[in-house]
Design a protein around this ligand. Sequence first.
Ligand code: UDX
Length: 460
Amino acid sequence: MEEKHEGKGHRLILMPTPFQGHITPLLQLAQILHTKAGFSITIIHTIFNSPDPSSYPHFTFHPIADGLSETETATLDALHLTDLINIRCRHPLKDCLATLLSQVDQDPVACFIVDAALYCTQGVCDEVQLPRLVLRTGGASSFLVFASFPQLREKGYLPIQESRLEEPVVDLPPLKVKDLPEFHSLHPELFYEFVCRVIEECKKSSGVIWNTFEELESSALAKLGQEFLIPIYPIGPFHKYFLAGSNSTSLLTPDKSCISWLDTQEHKSVVYVSFGSIVAISEGEFLEIAWGLANSKQPFLWVVRPGIIRGSEWLEPLPSGFLENSGGRGCIVKWAPQEQVLKHPAIGAFWTHCGWNSTLESVCEGVPMICSPCFGDQKVNAKYVSDVWKVGVQLQNKPGRGEIEKTISKLMLGDEANEIRGNILKLKEKANVCLSEGGSSYCFLDRLVSEILSLKSSAS
Ligand code: UDX
């Protein structure tokens, strides 16, 4: 994409929610606005899960006190932690913004761009009179579901009842009750209230930026545009603006040895398995996955993040000799360079939890998906993968080894596999086109840059 410099002489302040799936797209957005439009970039971040400033020497980083204790962060309860950050970071953020806005020797601040989950920031921005744009790191279709929470509650679809799981959600086809978002938190009652706050504070912002593209989610984007009455900017897929792996946003170190292992595998033969940065599973679920993969007879590259198995540090529950007995068909790593993995010609399918980043990365590389959604937006994303875009299949919740083996065969071999592969290759092409000159994301980015430049920070 052409590089312009209209933003030169203006500064943007950005702040991520401190989880991998949120830090990555926010830093990518900062990089896009810096390289494509010339804005200077300041990142405000919590101490917890702070990004590595050395990967972005051209950005300025400002940590703020988050007040989170080790006991709190050890719960990895993303919902509760995000809520605590909203409460405890309000004052440190206001002080930090006030200091940054008073720096006369720096480029004037055009606006604050913040992850949608940090709902407290609208109030802070109002107080320091700084325009606020929101980045929604998830997809538009799932956000539309979140925006419908009050109506879903009114009509009795929420909270989800076991007896209604198969019932269609009339206003949100093709979703059924079982596809609606849930969140497994130590504080389950928080979810509804949290989502409603996020939506309300988004509506008060100067606009919402999406890591998606119009051709993928046109219907949801159109509905959100009508409902929100503020500009929306689908300018994704963010990671495709750069060469794979060109800037590290990873909190964990990727094990690149798996790429040499992939080099030894046949074209489109490997199942890549990863459930993102937050999902945790039981030892029983882990063992079913292990045996399902082994019995499938397909080669597999499996990311077993330390801590993903509740109660274990890493691979202790795996039967000894498991990899050797799988005939050398398996490779297990703690963290993979996922973008490079999905690009690799040996990859034939991605067994994913359908976090939005993983879903989008798979679409962009034309890799069919096996979906095992767990919480939040993931069930909605999975439904779109299997039933709307038809680029993958769903596995039932907590599948047994037989079901896993059957599903892998279904996606790797046979007629349905070919159809799914054809569908995802078409989407991959659309993802490429949207970023090229005149494409939808290209045009929305131009519009976003103009909008940012027209936002007047009365504080600076
Ligand atoms: C979270 C939520 O779970 C998800 O539902 C929401 O959409 C975003 O925030 P996470 O669970 O981490 O994210 O999943 P995902 O959105 O897929 O993000 C994971 C990121 O980590 C991806 O960009 C992926 O490329 C990267 N990753 C994952 C690696 O680089 N290596 C790995 O081994 C695994």
